[in-house]
Write a protein that binds this ligand. Structure first.
Ligand SMILES: [Zn+2]
Length: 230
């Protein structure tokens, strides 16, 4: 049979040094946790060089057309609205996917896009689709849109893009529509359509340049045909 033992000890005065030590550790833990959470505010894989396996993991939840991943910290995590639009940009340069990724990787650049397409027609992911890129000078648009930067084959003038980049752009738009339930891409020439361009939101930019801008309806038609054929 168990007998209840009396654990009550004599009342010793509190040890001030021990209390202060405990208080010190509690405050340190709180401070360290705060610092950790600030650091954690950037999601996993953002702003770092990824291994092949990590890239594959990221690509699995974005476009399978993606060949290169460099996740930019210049984004809002996550986006606030569901994906309803696509916005086209040009690089105003003929950068490689790595060069654009390095540029978007700099925090003071304050810019990014979800995807990039180089002049060979290769696709890079810079901001995962679930997050809002900082691309179009409009938080409202970028919250709703997947944004794409296309490399220019011609610098200046009509800012032409290569045939390979143009073909990939149509493929990528088709894929984005399919995976996000966008049944039809509509270019209205203003922000009311679900295919938009940067210059709709900012007066002092030519982006995406005359060559791409003049083909927006053609792009919408080609994507819609792909969607119908699916
Ligand atoms: Zn732009």
């Amino acid at each position: 049979m168990n007998t209840q033992k009396n654990h009550t000890k004599g009342n010793s005065p509190p040890n001030i040094a021990a209390v202060l030590l405990v208080l010190f550790f509690v405050l340190s833990a709180v401070t360290l946790t705060g610092g950790y959470q600030t650091w954690r505010r950037l999601p996993l894989y953002v702003g770092k060089q990824l291994t092949e396996t990590e890239m594959e993991e990221v690509i699995a939840r974005n476009s399978p057309l993606t060949a290169y991943v460099h996740l930019s910290p210049n984004a809002s995590f996550p986006r606030e609205t569901e994906i309803k639009k696509i916005t086209i940009h040009h690089m105003a340069a003929n950068l490689t996917l790595e060069e654009l990724g390095d540029s978007f990787g700099k925090r003071d650049r304050n810019a990014s896009s979800n995807y990039g397409i180089d002049s060979h027609g290769n696709v890079a992911l810079y901001v995962e689709e679930e997050n809002r890129s900082w691309a179009s000078s409009s938080a409202e648009n970028d919250n709703m849109a997947v944004t794409i930067e296309v490399a220019n084959e011609a610098i200046g003038g009509d800012w032409r893009v290569s045939d390979e980049a143009y073909e990939t752009l149509i493929e990528l738009c088709t894929d984005i529509c399919r995976r996000n339930g966008i049944e039809e891409l509509v270019y209205t020439g203003d922000a009311g359509g679900n295919l938009t361009i940067h210059s709709m939101f900012r007066n002092d930019t030519e982006c995406p340049g005359p060559w791409l801008e003049s083909r927006m309806s053609e792009i919408a038609d080609a994507v819609n045909k792909n969607l119908d054929d699916f």
